[in-house]
Design a protein around this ligand. Structure first.
Ligand code: 3SK
Length: 519
């Protein structure tokens, strides 16, 4: 644990340490449009901080940030933090109704959104009373009723006096989803970003000033935010930003072109990269460290990657609530099929169903974490805050067992949540959407392993009387989900059944369907 001064601003630290170290002319970020030195980043951040003042946004107020991975993300995120304004960074893959909820819940006064998302956000100006303006990033000409980020910044000064924030005050939010209820605004304080670097990136990844880092996980995820923003800035390194979807081809292009030394991926991407005809030869790349998180990395993928590229993947787990990775494999000690050992600075414990701490080996229990980067609370949700943040301990909702020599092995979720490509999906949300289809009477959704042992949603459907289950109907139901929810949530498989297994009180027994689906 590092001790920070009480008067502390996370953005000021992440940028100021590089200017003080004489790295002003070093490249901080590279995106698809060009590269930006630390001096240029500092000026952009100051301009945005001033632009917020010109828009009348005050300290401690929130702004929503729905921005693709370009230089605009660090500009807006750090500019807000420097001004003491609280950025709420959200997933760029969601639907208008998801954003409507988050805007209402956070009472963000403005939303800064990437140009391709402007159409989704524009109607929200009329239906969210607290949303005053839309600011469009990366647009030549923003739509009517919206401002251009570039124009606002052009007319702002590049000098700004940092807001007098403290290390314990709210710095930014990320939204976290659960199996029931709305997403929860997870409030992080100023001291947390730098601690994820001190505890994980510096000692475990051994990140250095001469590293070039590339995260396929996007900056709006806690995993991507640390990988792609906090860590390179804290180390004085260079970050490569990629706005497009992380396909194998897109990732290989950056790996060839910019030759990053640290690559952060997720299991689905590693699997598809290994299967890609575009897979480069070992000597073409410069990677020396790879990480994986989001879901458990199948052993086979880890082994094949190491055989192919001669580099280990450090599988780890973090959470939106803990901000980054607290349990991880280490270089030279990787044991594929496990999530490694506790990251020093974090304390882990496993709790059995009766609430007792498990001392012995190989017994599964809920993983709980104590460490300095836990969120302060869920916004506006006292019940869930109290349930998750219990004194120094934060509940993960994940089940793990621990081997006699201290390696942790993933054993599933405490609830029915699935993780698809590293993003939580609530089965209840998908089921609610399925039953809105005219042919569907009842639905249940569970996680199912694909050929690469990665989890995707599978639906069990009871059709309305007289309706016949055909491949065409299955396709129409999938399209219905794709049209109403974020696209990664749609069921990849569909089984028509006569009835769903239920408890005496009518609760769906998803564990029975999981067993059935696996067979
Ligand atoms: O999904 C994870 O394992 C993770 C890792 C780092 C930060 C946040 C998350 C959710």
């Amino acid at each position: 644990k590092i001790t920070l001064p009480r008067d502390y601003n996370a953005a000021d630290d992440l940028i100021g340490r590089n200017l003080a170290a004489g790295r002003g002319s070093k490249v901080a970020f590279i995106d698809d449009a060009g590269s930006y030195t630390y001096d240029e980043l500092a000026a952009r951040v100051n301009r945005f901080a001033n632009a917020l003042g010109a828009l009348g946004i005050m300290r401690e107020q929130r702004i929503l940030v729905c921005v693709h991975d370009t230089i605009d993300f660090p500009t807006v995120f750090l500019g807000a933090i420097k001004a003491g304004v609280v950025p709420v960074a959200v997933n760029t893959l969601l639907t208008a109704s998801d954003y409507e909820y988050m805007l209402g819940d956070s009472r963000a006064r403005i939303a800064v959104v990437s140009a391709p998302l402007a159409e989704t956000f524009a109607p929200l100006l009329d239906c969210v009373p607290t949303l005053e303006r839309l600011v469009i990033a990366g647009a030549e000409a923003p739509p009517q009723a919206a401002d251009s980020l570039a124009a606002l910044m052009d007319s702002a000064s590049d000098q700004f006096r940092t807001a007098p924030t403290t290390c314990d005050e709210p710095c930014f939010w990320l939204y976290s989803s659960g199996s029931t209820g709305a997403p929860k605004g997870t409030v992080h304080v100023h001291s947390s970003l730098i601690q994820t670097y001190e505890l994980y990136a510096k000692p475990i990844l051994g990140i250095r000033e001469d590293d070039v880092v590339f995260s396929a996980a996007k900056l709006f995820f806690a995993y991507g935010l640390g990988n792609g923003l906090t860590f390179p800035l804290a180390a004085g390194a260079t970050g490569v930003l990629m706005a497009e979807r992380p396909t194998p081809e897109a990732a290989f292009r950056r790996l060839r072109e910019h030759r990053p030394t640290i690559f952060y991926g997720v299991p689905t991407l590693y699997a598809s990269m290994l299967a890609s005809p575009d897979c480069p030869a070992k000597g073409e790349l410069a990677i020396r460290v790879c990480t994986s998180a989001g879901e458990a990395l199948p052993e086979d993928i880890g082994r094949r990657w190491t055989e192919r590229f001669g580099v280990e993947i450090l599988d780890g787990i973090g959470s939106t609530e803990m901000l980054h990775i607290f349990l991880s494999n280490r270089p030279g000690e990787v044991r594929y099929g496990t999530t490694g050992k506790a990251v020093p600075g974090y304390e882990l414990r496993l709790i059995d169903d009766a609430g007792f701490v498990i001392e012995g080996a190989d017994e599964p229990g809920e993983l709980q974490i104590a460490g300095p980067t836990s969120a302060a609370m869920y916004w506006n949700n006292r019940a869930k805050s109290r349930d998750t943040f219990q004194g120094p301990w934060t509940r993960s909702g994940d089940k793990y067992s621990r081997s006699a020599d201290g390696y942790y092995i993933y054993a599933g979720r405490n609830d029915d949540m699935l993780k698809v490509s590293g993003i939580y999906v609530s089965p209840i949300e998908v089921e609610s959407c399925l039953i809105e289809h005219e042919a569907v009477l009842e639905a249940a959704v569970v996680g199912h392993e694909d050929d690469g042992q990665l989890i995707k949603p599978k639906a069990f459907i009871v059709l309305k009387p007289g309706v016949r289950g055909t491949p065409a109907l299955a396709e129409s139901i999938k399209q219905h989900v794709k049209a109403h929810l974020a696209p990664y949530k749609y069921p990849r498989w569909m089984e028509f059944v006569d009835e769903l297994p239920k408890t005496a009180t009518g609760k769906i027994q998803r564990f029975k369907l999981r067993a059935q689906g696996a067979g």
